[in-house]
Design a protein around this ligand. Structure first.
Ligand SMILES: [Zn+2]
Ligand SMILES: [Zn+2]
Ligand SMILES: [Zn+2]
Ligand SMILES: [Zn+2]
Length: 294
């Protein structure tokens, strides 16, 4: 592990040999994300064509109740700040954003950058707004990265908790033309391959950032959330930069790139599954049309 104290950190240390958050950096554990699942039923109409079935489902997470116990407070003990429930411990259901109805995958998906919470956790204080420091009398340090809020607003979803499905002109993928669906599929599949091979460049944030942008940019035309994801990553890294003097800083930065890689891989995988459903329907209908035309 490498220590590179910044001026700010040195000033904070006030003579202490080393200032470091006393909690183990969570960011170094690369959490495996769940595999995306997309289900969307079709019905056959009077002409033998497949049409999307009406979608009106109760949210499976809150069972229509709209609020749930705050997931943030549930996951962390003794929080003194919570952007999700204001410490009331009741928050809008993440899965449906408090609507009580499930999201229609043809229109939207839960934002994988905040999982429906609308916020992205500050990695320096691990969403607490402050952190204990060793070597300085074990006092709490106010977090300069998030300005003690503990979180950043999730920019990919603009704080809504869900992302729009892949864009096709002014519409979604449900009624897009086969040719356009296939082109989008190719773009997303290529982006997914580049991202799966992505590795940050250790101790070079700018190189890591450039390579990340190069990998994800082709998909931005189809997926509007990608642009916001890049800006959220930048915000998070900028915040993390306040801890540039701490042990393990370069590893945290790498972990942040990998976290955004994994979440974007989820987004791409999810939308590929959806587009595959749309392609299957469009191909089926095209064949029905051709048989008729003969
Ligand atoms: Zn719900
Ligand atoms: Zn809470
Ligand atoms: Zn979000
Ligand atoms: Zn913070």
């Amino acid at each position: 592990m490498i220590t590179r104290p910044s001026h700010a950190a040195l000033a904070l240390a006030a003579g202490a040999a080393l200032l470091a958050p006393s909690t183990a950096p969570l960011a170094q554990v690369r959490r495996k994300l769940p595999e995306p699942v997309v289900e969307r039923a079709c019905e056959t109409d009077g002409d033998g064509l497949r049409q999307w079935a009406r979608f009106d489902e109760r949210c499976g997470s809150c069972r229509g109740g709209k609020t749930t116990e705050c997931e943030h407070c549930k996951g962390y003990e003794n929080l003194s700040v919570c952007a999700e429930c204001d410490l009331t411990r009741k928050a809008p259901c993440r899965a449906c954003r408090g609507s009580g109805r499930a999201l229609d995958p043809l229109e939207a998906l839960i934002c994988p950058y905040c999982w429906g919470s609308t916020w992205y956790g500050c990695k320096l204080c691990k969403t607490r707004g402050k952190y204990p420091v060793k070597g300085a009398g074990d006092r709490d340090q106010k977090c300069g990265a998030c300005k003690t809020r503990g979180v950043f607003e999730c920019t990919p979803c603009k704080g809504l908790g869900f992302l729009p499905a892949a864009k096709f002109g002014s519409g979604g993928p449900g009624d897009a033309k086969l040719k356009k669906l296939r082109a989008a599929r190719e773009t997303l599949a290529e982006t997914l391959e580049s991202l799966k091979a992505y590795q940050p460049v250790h101790e070079s944030r700018s190189k890591s950032e450039k390579a990340f942008a190069k990998a994800v940019d082709p998909a931005a035309r189809v997926l509007p959330g990608i642009k916001g994801a890049k800006s959220l990553l930048e915000t998070s890294l900028k915040g993390l930069g306040k801890g540039a003097g701490y042990v393990g800083y370069a590893d945290w930065v790498d972990a942040e790139f990998l976290e955004f890689t994994d979440r974007t891989v989820f987004l791409l995988g999810h939308q590929l599954l959806l587009i595959d459903l749309c392609i299957a329907r469009a191909e089926f209908n095209e064949q029905v049309g051709q048989r008729r035309g003969r």
